[in-house]
Design a binder for this molecule. Structure first.
Ligand code: HH2
Length: 279
């Protein structure tokens, strides 16, 4: 999943794709580079970001989604917590909804997703955008994330969303300090207990900066390490900014995982030359 932030203030690429033409070109580039889907968002969730009114969020994302759809782009998700924005994005051609609040912020969101029959990503986030970065506390971070995602799934199912339409995301960096985010990556396989596809979004985030003491522009290798860790830990989707690089990471991790099942077959289908050279 490639990230397309149509915002002036996203934490790593704010302002780069606010212009609709630049955003559409970026979206097409992400597909060209190997993204299977592109996530279009119009509101930053970084600490201290101002709330964006729904009309403004719609104004940012709808023309970009419509234009990408017109260009025959692949799968598009809309990254929003507001049903009004999600509805307009789906009307413009989006295929699924990515709600970082796990259907908690807008009581209309679950019903909308149920009526439209589209898939949705439910992410774990404790509290609200204003308070979530203030001293998050957990006794057992992965146990609590899993339990709270279970509640989001129940909320979705009560509104009529089919369980098979749900994708779960532990919400790296959302109401989690660096230690919590690292623990979530380490314990990701536990999420398989919920029996749904798992998405993880570690790209360029501050837990990488804090661990490696690097600013946001220098987190590519840290992102690669985190992506490898989560793919090997069972993630089905990774949400990333640096698509060409992360496609390589994911393909190698997939080859490693498949080789455990059938080593010879994988080498053949991946066109890997036989021989035991030490390069
Ligand atoms: N992270 C961000 C935004 N949306 N959605 C999901 N499902 N998972 C994530 O981890 C996730 C997300 C934050 O990253 P970004 O969009 O680059 O930054 P900003 O919120 O500042 O626009």
């Amino acid at each position: 999943m490639g990230v397309l932030n149509v915002t002036p203030d996203s934490f790593s690429d704010g302002g780069l794709f606010l212009d609709p033409e630049a955003a559409v070109a970026r979206g097409l580039d992400l597909f060209e580079a190997g993204a299977d889907l592109v996530d279009v968002g119009g509101e930053s969730t970084r600490p201290g970001a101002p709330a964006v009114p729904p009309q403004e969020e719609r104004r940012r994302v709808v023309p970009v989604i419509r234009e990408l759809r017109r260009h025959g782009a692949g799968l598009l998700s809309v990254d929003t917590t507001k049903s009004e924005v999600a509805r307009a994005a789906l009307d413009a051609g989006a295929d699924l909804v990515n709600d970082v609040s796990g259907f908690r912020f807008d009581p209309e969101m679950a019903g909308l997703v149920a009526r439209q029959g589209v898939p949705a990503v439910l992410m774990h986030l404790r509290g609200d955008f204003g308070g979530m970065h203030r001293e998050p506390r957990y006794r057992d971070v992965m146990g609590e994330v899993t339990a709270e995602l279970r509640e989001s799934m129940a909320r979705a199912e009560r509104a009529g969303v089919a369980r098979g339409q749900l994708i779960l995301d532990p919400g790296v960096g959302f109401a989690k300090d660096a230690g919590h985010s690292l623990a979530v990556l380490a314990r990701l396989p536990e999420l398989q207990a919920l029996d749904r596809p798992v998405l993880v979004g570690p790209s360029r985030k501050s837990f990488i900066g804090k661990t490696l003491d690097l600013p946001v522009g220098q987190r590519l290798m840290g992102t690669a390490a985190a992506v490898a860790a989560v793919v090997l830990g069972g993630a089905h989707l990774v949400r990333v900014h640096d698509v060409p690089e992360m496609v390589q990471v994911v393909r190698l991790c997939d080859a490693i995982l498949s080789s455990a099942a059938a080593p010879d077959e994988v080498a053949e289908t991946a066109g890997i030359a036989s021989g035991s050279g030490g390069d």
